[in-house]
Design a protein around this ligand. Structure first.
Ligand SMILES: [Zn+2]
Length: 510
């Protein structure tokens, strides 16, 4: 397993919620509590009435993150209408900031559902939700902290060896047990979530967007997951040909994961809030492959993978659709390994190529009715302390190009993940693109993505949205490229796309 990098350790050390060890997670799940709407002056006044928080350790650097964000962004020039806001998913956000300025920038944040005792933990989110209701604002919540713990290491959730002993897969830091023994945990897990949902319903509050980063839990077919299952009597009885049929095992695992999320997260929310947007990290429709590796996944020999240059793409089974989520949350992060996995002399294209494969797969497959709120991160993710001599990070300009192509390939908005120290760097490009794209709101709202090609060698990437007889086009060149690129639409019509560096173009349909 890959060790935690310096970057991750820093994130842990700086994280506001790092003292909470129950969920045993990566810094990404240690998200912050905040609401960003023009209610915060009012909220600040209300907070003054709240009882003391009992001497709990104060979050570090309160105030500084808002200052950074306000300094690095400007109010929107073009109205966002009914488009989703830009979500910031980042620590250390003070709850007493003047938030009208954030709302003017199209920036929104999540109120946090915390795993601590309900009565105390719910105080702030409920107050926020009451105010939001009063002012007609949407309510978004991050329930990550309540979602982990299906596998609680209790013997009943373990695999079962031939001698009748329970065992767990230690190749993941949450030590998953048997996929066919986790169902006994549904009631207990629902019991953590339901008081929250019920409270919102009872109080006739809104719940517009429920999101989580549930990933460090549940059965998993990678690392030693398959090897562990092959030693389990229960798994052997449930899956014919388990020894040789990885696809059957993967499909069974993902089916169980879908059921867990549907029964424990999605259904209880929908019973009370049938129209809520509901989504989870890395849960999205896809083209059958996963092009990236999360930090806890190791490249285990003997598992099926497709190799392209040094990159390994994995077969990925259906999970999103059967979970019942109503928002897709794909992940487009600059994982460090991507740079070394490709031999392209144009180093920028190494990033672009991989990330566009992932972005295009999910952009193309997601049903249009399901919004895509895509997790993004620019600065190199999971980088080692010592970088290779030839290492070249993705430039800010090319990151912005990438975000434009996401928008023109069916992604709706972004959820920016970043550890605190990166905030100033990360917010600038993502907000610049979010704000500038609103000039083309008609295309974003109504347009059909036309192109999903990703050239196998550095060249021109072209993405487009079509509304009526007009195309909104973005073209980004890597290496040598002709003055005019010819792109074929589905009906065979050829669109001639001239150079337009750093800008969108509106072209007529030929
Ligand atoms: Zn098992």
């Amino acid at each position: 397993m890959r060790r935690l990098t310096v970057r991750e350790k820093q994130s842990c050390a700086l994280c506001w919620h790092s003292h909470r060890s129950r969920t045993n997670g990566h810094p990404r799940q240690n998200f912050f509590v905040i609401q960003a709407h023009p209610i915060l002056p009012l909220l600040a006044a209300l907070l003054a009435w709240l009882p003391s928080r009992g001497g709990a350790a104060a979050p570090i650097s309160r105030g500084s993150d808002v200052e950074i964000i306000l300094r690095e962004t400007q109010p929107l020039k073009f109205p966002r209408g009914k488009r989703l806001p830009l979500y910031l998913w980042t620590p250390n956000f003070p709850a007493d900031a003047d938030d009208t300025k954030l709302d003017a920038r199209g920036i929104a944040l999540f109120a946090r559902w915390d795993g601590k005792a309900f009565a105390k933990a719910s105080e702030l989110p409920l107050r926020v939700a009451r105010l939001q209701k009063k002012l007609g604002l949407e309510t978004s919540v991050d329930a990550t902290d309540l979602t982990h713990g299906f596998y609680d290491k209790s013997p009943a959730t373990g695999h079962l060896d031939k001698d009748g002993n329970r065992f767990f897969d230690k190749s993941f830091f949450w030590s998953p047990g048997c996929p066919f023994a986790v169902q006994s945990r549904y009631d207990a897990m629902r019991a953590r979530m339901e008081p929250w949902i019920e409270k919102y319903r009872e109080a006739r509050l809104r719940l517009d967007f429920w999101a989580a980063d549930w990933e460090f839990d549940g059965p998993n077919e990678w690392n030693d997951g398959w090897a562990a299952a092959r030693k389990c009597e229960t798994c052997r009885a449930k899956i014919p040909n388990l020894d040789t049929d990885f696809a059957a095992f993967q499909s069974a695992v993902r089916k169980v994961r879908s059921e867990m999320q549907r029964e424990v997260f999605v259904k209880p929310i929908q019973r009370r809030f049938p129209n809520a947007h509901i989504g989870n990290y890395a849960m999205n429709a896809h083209d059958g492959r996963r092009y990236w590796w999360d930090f806890f996944e190791k490249r285990t020999a003997g598992l099926p993978m497709e190799k392209e240059h040094g990159a390994l793409y994995r077969p990925w089974a259906r999970e999103f659709e059967d979970s019942g989520y109503t928002v897709a949350m794909p992940v487009i992060y600059t994982w460090f390994n991507i740079h070394g996995d490709y031999p392209f002399a144009n180093h920028q294209y190494r990033w672009f190529y991989n990330l566009m494969l992932e972005a295009s797969g999910t952009g193309r497959r997601s049903p249009p009715a399901i919004p895509r709120v895509t997790f993004v991160h620019w600065t190199t993710t999971n980088a080692p302390k010592e970088l290779p001599a030839d290492f070249e990070a993705l430039t800010e300009a090319n990151y912005e190009e990438l975000l434009w192509h996401l928008l023109l390939r069916g992604h709706d908005t972004f959820a920016m993940w970043c550890p605190g120290p990166e905030l100033a760097q990360e917010i600038r490009p993502v907000h610049r693109v979010y704000a500038a794209a609103l000039e083309y709101r008609e295309f974003l709202d109504l347009g059909q993505p036309l192109f999903f090609d990703v050239p196998k060698q550095p060249g021109s990437i072209v993405s487009a949205l079509k509304v009526g007889q007009r195309l909104l086009v973005r073209r980004t060149d890597f290496g040598l490229a002709p003055d005019v690129v010819e792109m074929k639409m589905l009906d065979g019509t050829t669109v001639r796309v001239p150079r337009s560096a750093g800008k969108c173009a509106i072209l007529p349909v030929p």
